[in-house]
Design a protein around this ligand. Structure first.
Ligand SMILES: NC(=O)C1=CN([C@@H]2O[C@H](COP(=O)(O)OP(=O)(O)OC[C@H]3O[C@@H](n4cnc5c(N)ncnc54)[C@H](O)[C@@H]3O)[C@@H](O)[C@H]2O)C=CC1
Ligand SMILES: O=C(CO)COP(=O)(O)O
Length: 334
């Protein structure tokens, strides 16, 4: 049986471990808290992130990164984007030197504006043929419940993408390969920011027209940034683009949409963040995505406005009406 290591015992790390186990692999999860690892091993459940769901027997958890990585034929990384750099500096010595490193993360590093695959390359020295990304409409709870979903495994190397595709193709999870790592990562990170804006519209009591307008124009600005950075524009109409954007912006399970909803209802960033243990990546990544847009001279009005709301410089209501009142123009992708 193939062993896969998953670093990160949060919602998506645990749900993806379930996919891997259901696809026939032995999975070792590294968890930050030893007590949670013990509960996963003894009760086959992750009560902090996926309460009430029984995990497959092929999943075990450990607090020891070397034990998690030992003998693994692929290493999956599922920690919050902003902690990846610090985590990898600790783990670099124990990660197997020749196996694929797979990012499940949907964020852009604050300060450096690096995508997660770039952080992985920098910290581990791995080449593009070993670095892959899994991204798509994959709300963790639904996946862990065994509800059907499709996703994308992106890697510059087709052979690596195909091997990983086989590793995670389960009876309920259908992965497609893609060689556009940049597009898949930017689709995943930017949809979190758009979901914050959609959540704000919902929190303010606006209806489906407002949501659909933000989703559609959000996709346009995502594709605009992506193509400026070298992504394939077709990626944005695929699962890692439109697919993930629609799932996240439609679902009450989305942490980013929920965070936006609470902002729209008048709560502050500190109040909302203080009341949840889970990560809403868009709250930090909005500023890095806006920085990326500035560096590449790309217009991203929704991301810009979300960044201002998160920084406390604008209210959600002012944001939506400021977006509406921008100078009128032609509908186009460019
Ligand atoms: N939950 C979901 O539905 C999906 C999440 N993702 C992405 O997966 C990544 C991980 O998210 P989730 O598992 O959902 O988050 P989560 O908030 O559910 O769990 C995060 C995990 O990282 C750990 N953690 C927190 N700070 C840490 C640190 N400084 N060092 C090491 N570990 C730390 C937490 O203890 C927890 O185990 C994010 O980038 C997210 O955008 C992608 C697809 C679906
Ligand atoms: O990425 C996700 C679904 O594909 C999960 O979105 P949230 O992080 O907003 O919950």
């Amino acid at each position: 049986m193939t062993k896969v290591a998953v670093f990160g015992a949060g919602s998506w790390g645990t749900a993806f471990a379930t996919v891997l186990a259901n696809a026939g692999n032995q999975v070792s999860i590294w968890g930050r808290r030893e007590s949670l690892c013990e509960v996963i091993n003894s009760q086959h459940e992750n009560p902090d992130y996926l309460p009430g769901l029984r995990l497959p027997d092929a999943i075990t958890a450990t607090h020891d990164p070397a034990a998690a990585a030992d003998g693994a034929e692929a290493v999956v990384l599922a920690v919050p984007s902003q902690s990846l750099r610090a985590n990898l500096s600790e783990w670099a010595g124990v990660l197997p030197s020749a196996v694929p490193l797979v990012s499940l993360m949907k964020g852009v590093e604050v300060g450096t504006t690096k995508r997660m695959s770039e952080v992985i390359a920098e910290l581990t020295g791995a080449g593009p043929e070993r670095i892959a990304v899994v991204s798509g409409p994959n709300l963790a709870r639904e996946i862990a419940e065994g509800q059907p979903a499709a996703s994308v495994v992106a890697c510059a190397d087709e052979g690596t993408a195909t091997r990983l595709q086989k590793l995670c193709h389960s009876p309920t999870f259908r992965p497609y390969t893609n060689n556009d790592v940049i597009g898949c990562e930017l689709g995943g990170a930017t949809k979190n920011v758009i979901a914050l804006a959609v959540g704000m519209a919902i929190g303010l009591g606006f209806g489906d027209n407002a949501r659909a307008s933000v989703i559609t124009r959000g996709l346009v600005e995502t594709a605009r940034l992506g193509t400026a950075l070298g992504a394939d524009e077709h990626t944005f109409s695929g699962l890692a683009g439109l697919g993930d954007l629609v799932a996240t912006c439609s679902s009450p399970l989305s942490r980013n949409r929920t965070f936006g909803e609470k902002l729209g209802q008048g709560l502050t960033v500190a109040e909302i963040a203080g009341a949840t243990r889970q990560v809403a990546e868009g709250v930090k990544s909005c500023s890095s995505i806006t920085d990326l847009a500035h560096h590449h001279d790309v217009e991203m009005p929704i991301a810009e406005h979300v960044t201002r709301v998160v920084a406390g410089e604008m209210t959600p209501k002012d944001m939506l009406f400021s977006l509406i009142s921008r100078s009128a123009k032609s509908e186009r992708w460019g």
